[in-house]
Design a protein around this ligand. Structure first.
Ligand code: MIG
Length: 797
């Protein structure tokens, strides 16, 4: 591997010289030096795009990352000319561009530096491969910490590290393995409470150095393409996350069953095995919605075929499983078997859909089916053809597709060689430029196909590799991890990082893919994953015969696993609401503590806790035999979910961690919706929902979003948004509902449970009417009563 340093061997470094002229067209500003052009585009008060043409000509302005629906809001902006620099200003920031070398300094309106170029933009001719290596270097501010970059399996704070993006099949990866499966060239900086983000939209191999080479310099570069980045100002990190996700796009709502529990293994076959597993869940009353078929369901690993010996009648099997509430997801890899008698191979050859080497030979390589060729997903015509191939699977009853091996992974070769040619939507490029979007576009076309044929159902896709923006159509899992305690921690960190990198719909292989967890590790992992949007057990156990199902570790563990999967199902309306916030505003579902309390330094390096949604703080257990755990609680008041004990935040507290409890806290003032436990989503018609409120003496707001959980009625306004405002005092509990309601839920009652009342309740009023029947639980002091669904105001005195 080549090691690049700022004194790299490729060729001399070039820097921009003096600005000779400039122009403004709408919200675009261009600055011309003798060779270089800088284009500054004001997208909004807080988002600025910087784009550099090193030798006077821009490349095609094209991106697989950005969403078509990104709206520009350059509300108020302008330019001032100073002696030393130009100043582009908005309502929130000033961008200073030095006249003598194009260096950029971004400040807030008071002049406080947010981000500042060191050398700024510079480049080298890439003599061996052609094009240019484009760099940007920035000064690291006092105390600055860094986050982001997708799935990197390392500490959350990236300060002092160098990392790169070049999608890799990292089987059995370890802490600090890099690169990994995904390519997310987006990072955050935070210093003195000021947060910002930089999205470097370049699909070549990209490298980020956060002060590893030089203490005070952060730089990023790519081995080709353009220096093209979006600067996003916060100052709140959560706002940066939301803005980034709006640039690269938000997902549609998934079918609610995808937020249930998923059971997977390499591989469940034959049919009888699949049926037995499904039956076992129902018999043991452990909720489960999804069962996966890994590569062995296919005929000789040929995509879009079935092994008739193992699965003689897939339609009937899937139908029977559906009657028990199971949805089937099947794997589809990119490698197409070289086989003259295989229709997909024939069609692809006939239409020239497969990737070729530089001199025109097919790109051939071995994967599971033996010798394979690979569709060029960067060709829109190929994407359309591929989408069409899902018709059969959809008709068979399959409800979701799992895209694997799409880094792309090839046995022995690792991946494609760099000379492979790609269409790249008409640009015709080498694999150097297309590598990082190969799996991205495979999953995009898979999702398009499923959407087309599953109508009126919503589709579900899970992919291993992708580029920024894949959250618009797919979920991801963290890849081939290992059954170890360290990997439980890695899973927790990776999911936090992915979530703030635009990809909230994520999870890890619970229990580890490689190796065998013991009951304790599996149980602790289930507890963590109960608060990951994607909750899936998976393992590579086809060779060893080892079982990794909720009941595989004996009764004691099974009981705890069941408790947490059941809790997950009770929390489904909260999960779904949190997903809606993400789909609506780009708000990360999993929130690292640094993102919810960036002014508290204790949170900056914190990896062993996170928040899920607005109200729950999770501190998972990642050590064997742990009896108690020290938890940092951000400022504010918190309740233990388990016993309602209250804690004052802004400090560390120690809580017990018996096997059947993981430290779980509720933010005071929260109102959280619960469903009764069901064995799968929609098992019964809901007759009531449960609303649990935790008393607070400050004003708080909580949200409940509801719709049909499938289909697209919500796009025509068929949904409910209910906002609960709690405005209580030490003498009176007061909950007020504001709502938009346009979806008829089946339930008619709301069971209310109030925690932590500081007084003994004597009178409960629902819209002014006394509610005479209530229970005050003698031990927990929880007050419980039932109201009609329409009640808008609850007062307890
Ligand atoms: O070379 O399909 O990450 O989840 O079970 C291994 C078999 C191929 C890798 C995936 C894993 C999957 C496995 N696949």
């Amino acid at each position: 591997m080549q090691v690049e340093t700022s004194s790299s061997k490729y060729s001399a470094k070039h820097y921009p010289d003096t600005i000779r002229s400039w122009k403004k067209e709408g919200n675009y500003f261009s600055f011309y030096t003798s060779e270089t052009i800088l284009e500054v585009r004001v997208i909004s008060d807080k988002i600025i795009r910087f784009r550099y043409a090193s030798d006077g000509t821009f490349q095609r302005d094209f991106s697989y990352a950005t969403s078509d629906t990104l709206e520009e809001f350059p509300i108020a902006f302008g330019i001032k000319e100073w002696e030393e620099n130009f100043e582009i200003y908005t309502n929130c920031i000033k961008v200073l561009i030095a006249r003598d070398n194009l260096r950029v300094t971004i400040t807030d309106l008071t002049g406080k530096v947010i981000n500042e170029d060191e050398m700024g933009f510079h480049w080298q001719h890439y003599l061996q491969k052609g094009g240019k290596i484009v760099y940007c270097s920035k000064l690291i501010q006092e105390g600055e910490v860094f986050y982001g970059l997708g799935d990197k399996p390392t500490d959350l704070n990236l300060r002092g590290k160098r990392l790169e993006n070049y999608g890799t099949d990292a089987y059995g990866f370890q802490k600090d393995t890099d690169p990994l499966y995904r390519n997310i060239p987006f990072y955050y900086g935070l210093h003195e409470g000021i947060g910002y983000g930089i999205f470097f939209d370049n699909t070549f191999r990209t490298i980020f150095d956060f002060g590893k080479e030089r203490d005070n310099v952060c730089s990023f570069w790519a081995r080709g393409g353009e220096m093209n980045y979006y600067f996003i100002y916060g100052p709140d990190l959560m706002e940066v996350a939301e803005q980034y996700t709006r640039i690269t796009g938000t997902p549609e709502l998934p079918p609610i069953w995808t937020l249930g529990y998923h059971q997977c293994r390499w591989s469940y076959y034959p049919e009888k095995k699949v049926r037995d597993i499904a039956a076992e869940f129902r018999q043991r009353q452990i909720p489960c919605d999804v069962i996966y078929l890994d590569i062995d369901y296919m005929d000789g690993f040929r995509c879009f075929t079935w092994n008739n010996e193992y699965f003689p009648d897939p339609v009937a099997m899937i139908k029977d499983l559906a009657a028990e509430g199971f949805k089937v997801v099947v794997i589809i890899d990119p490698g197409i078997k070289v086989d003259q008698d295989y229709n997909i191979y024939q069609e692809g050859i006939k239409n020239n859909y497969f990737c070729k080497r530089a001199d025109g030979a097919l790109m051939e390589g071995d994967v599971w089916p033996g010798k394979c060729v690979f569709p060029d997903f960067t060709n829109p015509e190929v994407r359309d053809w591929w989408a069409g191939l899902f018709k059969g699977l959809a008709e068979t009853g399959v409800r979701g597709v799992w895209n694997d091996m799409n880094e792309p992974a090839v046995f022995e070769m690792g991946s494609f060689p760099e000379d492979v040619r790609h269409d790249y939507d008409g640009e015709e490029v080498s694999h150097r430029k297309a590598h990082n979007v190969y799996g991205h576009l495979m999953s995009k076309s898979t999702a398009a196909g499923l959407k087309r044929y599953l109508m009126p159902h919503r589709p579900f896709v899970i992919t291993r590799s992708c580029y920024s923006g894949a959250q618009r159509w797919s979920s991801v899992w963290t890849g081939d991890n290992v059954s170890s305690w360290e990997h439980l921690w890695l899973a927790a960190v990776q999911c936090q990082r992915l979530s703030v990198s635009g990809i909230s719909f994520t999870g890890s292989d619970i229990g580890g893919f490689i190796g065998e967890p013991d009951g304790e590790l599996y149980t602790r992992w289930i507890q963590l994953a109960s608060f990951h949007p994607l909750m899936r057990t998976h393992s590579a156990s086809n060779e060893t015969g080892f079982n990794q199902e909720p009941w595989s570790f004996g009764e004691e563990y099974e009981a705890v696993v069941k408790k947490f999967i059941s809790l997950r199902y009770q929390l489904l309306p909260y999960f779904y609401t949190t997903f809606w916030q993400y789909a609506q505003n780009g708000t990360p579902m999993i929130r690292p503590l640094a993102f919810v309390a960036q002014h508290e330094e204790e949170t900056h390096d914190c990896t062993h806790e996170f928040m899920f949604g607005d109200s729950l703080l999770i501190s998972y257990v990642n050590e064997a035999g742990m009896k108690e755990k020290e938890v940092y609680l951000p400022k504010g008041t918190w309740y233990s979910y388990w016993n309602d004990e209250t804690y004052t935040g802004g400090q560390h507290v120690t809580v017990p961690t018996p096997l059947d409890e993981m430290p779980l806290f509720v933010k005071a003032g929260a109102v959280i919706p619960f469903y009764p436990v069901m064995q799968y989503t929609g098992e019964h018609q809901l007759e009531e929902i449960i609303l649990e409120a935790w008393y607070s003496d400050s004003i708080t707001k909580s949200t409940l979003y509801e719709d049909a959980g499938d289909h697209y009625g919500y796009k025509n306004g068929q949904y409910n948004i209910i906002r609960y405002k709690q405005q209580s005092t030490p003498k009176q509990f007061w909950l007020k509902k504001q709502y938009y309601v346009n979806y008829e839920t089946s339930y008619t009652r709301v069971r209310v449970k109030v925690h932590g009342l500081p007084f003994t309740p004597e009178l409960i009023l629902g819209d002014g009417q006394a509610i005479s029947s209530f229970t005050l639980h003698p031990e927990t002091k929880v007050l419980e009563f039932v109201t009609e669904k329409g009640v808008e105001e609850i007062i307890i005195k």
